[in-house]
Design a protein around this ligand. Sequence first.
Ligand code: F0G
Length: 352
Amino acid sequence: HKPWPGLIEAYRDRLAIGENWKTITLREGGTPLLPAGHLSELTGCDVYLKVEGLNPTGSFKDRGMTMAVTDALARGQKAVLCASTGNTSASAAAYAAVAGMTCAVLVPQGKIAMGKLAQAVMHGAKIIQVQGNFDDCLELARKTTAEFPTIGLVNSVNPVRIEGQKTAAFEICDALGKAPDVHALPVGNAGNITAYWRGYSEYFADGITSVRPRMLGVQAAGAAPLVLGHPVSNPETIATAIRIGSPASWDGAVSAKEQSGGAFRSATDEEILEAYRLIARTEGVFVEPASAASVAGLLAARKEGWLDSGLTVVCTVTGNGLKDPDTALAGMPAVQPIPVDPVAVARSLELV
Ligand code: F0G
């Protein structure tokens, strides 16, 4: 049994990587496809969680970043830049550190989860807070890299990022021995839904799988441009990772939905938080709020009859819950310390 080599080695024949390029990898990918017993019971389907929070920096962004930073290095770029709601910056910072490149991240002021900021700081990125939201940051990143071509843009508008991220679909098909019937995932800037659809489509075109899943893209209700059919100028949601009003990969998301016979839907912050707690308490998987949107959307879709029972369903949970401890602990009552006494322990468990 060989150790997992990282996704570039695992899927090299499906990625545009030069033979003698230096590969920048943290052995990302190869994440668990976890059978979700409780969600399966609730829906009458075979539900699996693709646990992307177990990537090296705790999110699916590492799949795109191993490609983007490897590519930037091969092009001779000295620095990488991204706009980010947090995960992209954590990932870019780590891969740039390995590559020995400078990394700068543009983040919306005050709206990024604590753990993600901590990662970018620890990996030595230059953190630039911008007086604007994610969409403003992305526009600024695009303009900056257009004007200064020695800086590589590592957002998912870089096509190489999408290439790396498509490997998650390969892994799912490889693990199941087939494509799922339905794939649910949270949608923000829409790179990931575009990437999954590309991955599923490649396996299908090569005859490795015989069907492609219906794609269910879930947005937060306060940041749901694809559901509404137009950009949202002031996106708001507790799921800060997907607080995006003008998705860069709009067309990719619409193609995925239309070609797959899928759907976009929104989940309210309450529904997202409910799903967030449910998967922590019943499946043992702690995800960040944005990730729970996929599960919230799936449960709502099942209730409304969009999803028949008996299907094989995969939900991507995109990021690790440890990134956002503030949301996890919000509203937790103050804890009263107890004496050093077994009876006091039992009493606090309401057992005596
Ligand atoms: N889930 C998490 C945890 C994310 O961080 C993101 C995007 C998404 C879902 C949505 O993926 O943008 O490909 O549709 N985060 C980006 C960032 C925007 O900057 O980290 P998408």
